[in-house]
Design a protein around this ligand. Structure first.
Ligand code: GLC
Length: 432
């Protein structure tokens, strides 16, 4: 390529990028579909909350919730001395768990930047860590073939303009330039970034944050990226928090494994692997994603319970992955001991309370063609009556753990109608 050709190529690229963000800012559906394809298929991601709060080990809101003065809190920056490349263990665990992407806090509400920035010295390379922790994370995720996401909190308890920007225009100008400057650095210095995950837009409105302009910059720098909805705009996906709620648009439920996002040493309220698998099934049922959090310790190591839980979920995903990834919206939903997901004409019945030798399902409007245990491929016998299908000859004890999945092949789109059962069930005759 001659120099002139290469210049032309660069110029063409810039025009293409500019077109992309204009189209995206206008909410172009085809472009959104293109950018979001991998994410819809990924279904399961790892959230990582890590920062100065990890040193105290009392939740990421400790600065606010204990009323710690800025000058006192700042001292933590020197005490934060994680071991090199701790992120490699996170990425390895995420991969083992069947997670396809990661989203790490680059800056949480406390204002400390885990990345290298020219805009403040309150950042990892210039404080205790002595190096760029975001760079290590990005490299670790890529080494495991995982997509890379950046969480970034707009709210900032450390920056002197972080609160007064609401009432003082000069402060707002400085602060918004600072925040946009960070976003620019994050999306310029680390190669291709797959997700930008804004958080907490207090104390400004989307006009105050200049969110349209911010997103336009984001798409100009990273034409393939997807963004969430927490900078006051709709973004590409909704972010229900600590609950699973299917929405009419793309959605991702983020959730802690205990009750804290940042490391909290004494928080022992861990969810069981069964709860996590059931949550994944609920997400798959409504074609949402599940972003499950770890809160590494100050040295970067992952709390043992989180490792135990994710390892066990990963083993289940190895056997049952097809029922979770790339699944379609699933209509059947009624059972007292199972959840459901669906891929085309295959209905997955995920039994979490194993009833014994027979598993039954009411009101299925399709004809069952065959059934098998997803984990082993073993054929399952069934008999279908008008209002009930029974899967029979199963073991007394659940054959898989923590949830057993039956893959049921149907003659069409899975459809369950339990009203039909109630209304049209044959009555017993005299005296009823
Ligand atoms: C909330 C919390 C924050 C956490 C986030 C994750 O906004 O303020 O600590 O990072 O939820 O979704």
């Amino acid at each position: 390529m001659t120099r002139r050709d290469s210049l032309r190529w660069v110029a063409a690229g810039a025009v293409a990028a500019a077109n992309t963000w204009t189209a995206t800012a206008a909410g172009d559906a085809t472009d959104r579909e293109r950018r979001m394809k991998w994410w819809h298929e990924a279904r399961f991601g790892m959230f990582i909350h890590w920062g100065l709060y990890s040193v105290l080990g009392r939740h990421e809101w400790v600065m606010e919730d204990e009323g710690i003065p800025v000058a006192e809190y700042e001292l933590l920056a020197k005490r934060f001395k994680p071991r090199p490349n701790a992120a490699r263990d996170w990425a390895r665990l995420a991969k083992q768990a069947g997670q396809k992407y990661m989203v790490m806090t680059t800056k949480h509400h406390e204002g400390f930047c885990n990345f290298s920035t020219k805009l403040t010295n309150y950042c990892a390379p210039q404080q205790g860590p002595g190096r760029d922790l975001v760079k290590e994370y990005v490299e670790a995720a890529r080494a495991e073939g995982l997509r890379v996401g950046f969480y970034y909190s707009l709210m900032d308890w450390h920056h002197p303009d972080g609160a007064r920007c609401a009432t003082d225009e000069a402060a707002r100008r400085r602060f918004v330039d600072y925040i946009h400057g960070h976003v620019r650095e994050l999306l310029t210095d680390y190669g291709k970034i797959d997700v930008l995950w804004y958080d907490v837009s207090w104390p400004l409105t989307k006009e105050g944050w200049e969110s349209e302009k911010m997103n336009a910059m984001v798409f100009q720098l990273q034409p393939d990226i997807i963004v969430n909805n927490r900078n006051g705009l709709e973004g590409d996906f909704a972010t229900p928090e600590q609950r699973i709620q299917a929405e009419k648009r793309a959605w991702e439920s983020c959730m802690t494994m205990n009750d804290s996002w940042g490391y909290q040493a004494a928080d022992d309220n861990w969810k069981s692997p069964k709860t996590i698998v059931r949550n994944l099934v609920t997400c798959a049922h409504g074609t949402g994603n599940y972003l499950l959090n770890i809160g590494p310790k100050p040295d970067g190591s992952i709390p043992e319970e989180s490792v135990r839980i994710l390892t066990s979920v990963g083993k289940w995903m190895d056997r049952n992955g097809p029922s979770i990834y790339k699944t379609d919206l699933c209509q059947p939903g009624r059972s007292n001991y199972a959840g459901f997901s669906r891929d085309g004409n295959t209905l997955y019945m995920h039994v979490h309370f194993w009833p014994g030798e027979t598993v039954a399902l009411a009101g299925l409007m399709n004809k069952v063609k065959s059934a098998r245990l997803l984990a082993t491929g073993q054929e399952v016998k069934f008999n279908q009556e008008e209002f009930r299908v029974r899967f029979t000859g199963l073991p007394l004890k659940a054959p898989d753990d923590p949830v057993t999945t039956l893959a049921i092949e149907l003659d069409g789109d899975p459809n369950q109608n339990t009203d039909h059962v109630r209304k049209d069930r044959p009555r017993r005759g005299v005296g009823v």
